[in-house]
Design a protein around this ligand. Structure first.
Ligand code: SF4
Ligand code: SF4
Length: 315
């Protein structure tokens, strides 16, 4: 396993386990099976895990970390907190539900740009107090936008930047992949830690997975890569890509056949709540039903959390 340095913490695995793939929004497997996957990844050297309040999966990580040395794990999470109260709610919920005393990284989720960040500033001030107390070790943002990465350099509070990045720029909402790389390079000049997400473009690049991984892995300014994994084969494949090892052909074929998609059940009543949540503009209500444009969808599954009847889901 390749390791990276997250400020004072050495030996953080360059491959971060993106746990959205284990949340109920994307995965209906048992808790035991999900914990087994995390344990498998841990045995293989992965010690960095990314989650979010939205993913509603702290209980899975709690089960996983309960018999581990907490200091050997790095846990990143995020929320949409916008004031003191919501910041406190988010931090306390994460600490309690993960059963931990501290969070390695806390981010503001889906930031758009500097102005949007300023709109959350009351929460940011509260996060800074938590950081001074050691309750959160580092603070940052996650984003699908170039502008947010670019504007991160204006804020010394932001130490950790978690942008969407893949070789085709799938899902970048306000520019090209080159724009994103330029913004990342700039952020790096300001000593931000950069972790890339959606390197497979939400599944669109899975048939060219090796090249897609190498694309992100070869950008020097990218410190780590978060990948959502829901099978042993995916874990093995991503580790092999990271280490430039030849991948067993059976695993390669299995990965290629694991294509996923977003489906809308016929019972959809066209309320539009899911469409409002989608920042990719992939959902439209046509004749009272939700319709997906898969060329825009990055399979983040955020829309699925909006449908109380579970009529929209990733399969
Ligand atoms: S939230 Fe559910 S019911 Fe409403 S439009 Fe989306 S899929 Fe249909
Ligand atoms: S349609 Fe749903 S899964 Fe696809 S990008 Fe939009 S919110 Fe994400």
């Amino acid at each position: 396993m390749k390791y990276t340095k997250l400020f004072e913490k050495n030996n953080v695995s360059k491959l971060c386990y993106g746990t959205l793939s284990l949340s109920f929004l994307q995965n209906r497997d048992t808790l035991e099976r999900k914990v087994e996957l995390l344990n498998y990844a841990y045995e293989k050297g992965i010690n960095f895990f990314d989650t979010a309040e939205l993913y509603d999966n702290y209980h899975i990580l709690k089960e996983f970390i309960k018999d581990k040395d907490r200091d050997k794990l790095t846990i990143a999470t995020k929320s949409y907190a916008y004031d003191r109260k919501t910041a406190e709610y988010s931090v306390n919920k994460a600490l309690k539900e993960l059963n931990t005393d501290y969070l390695d990284v806390f981010m503001l989720h889906e930031q758009e740009n500097g102005n949007n960040f300023l709109g959350h500033y009351e929460a940011v001030e509260r996060f800074m107090e938590y950081r001074d107390q050691g309750v959160i070790k580092h603070f940052g943002i996650s984003t699908h936008r170039v502008a947010a990465v670019r504007d991160s350099i204006k804020f010394k509070e932001i130490e950790f930047v978690f942008p969407l990045l893949n070789m085709k720029g799938i899902g970048i909402q306000d520019g090209t992949v080159d724009d994103m790389i330029d913004a990342i390079k700039k952020a790096k000049e300001y000593n931000k830690f950069v972790m890339a997400m959606k390197i497979y473009g939400g599944g669109h690049l899975i048939n060219d997975a090796e090249r897609a991984f190498a694309f992100a892995g070869n950008i020097q300014e990218v410190d780590s890569i978060a990948v959502g994994m829901s099978t042993i084969e995916e874990i093995d494949a991503n580790i092999a890509y990271l280490e430039n090892n030849e991948l067993n052909i059976n695993i390669k074929n299995k990965i290629r056949n694991q294509e996923r998609t977003l489906v809308v059940e016929e019972w959809c009543v066209g309320c539009g709540k899911c469409a409002k949540k989608c920042r990719q503009g992939a959902l439209t209500i046509i004749d009272g039903k939700c319709v997906v444009d898969m060329s825009k969808c990055v399979l983040c599954s955020y829309c699925a959390g909006e449908c109380t009847d579970f009529y929209i889901k990733i399969v």
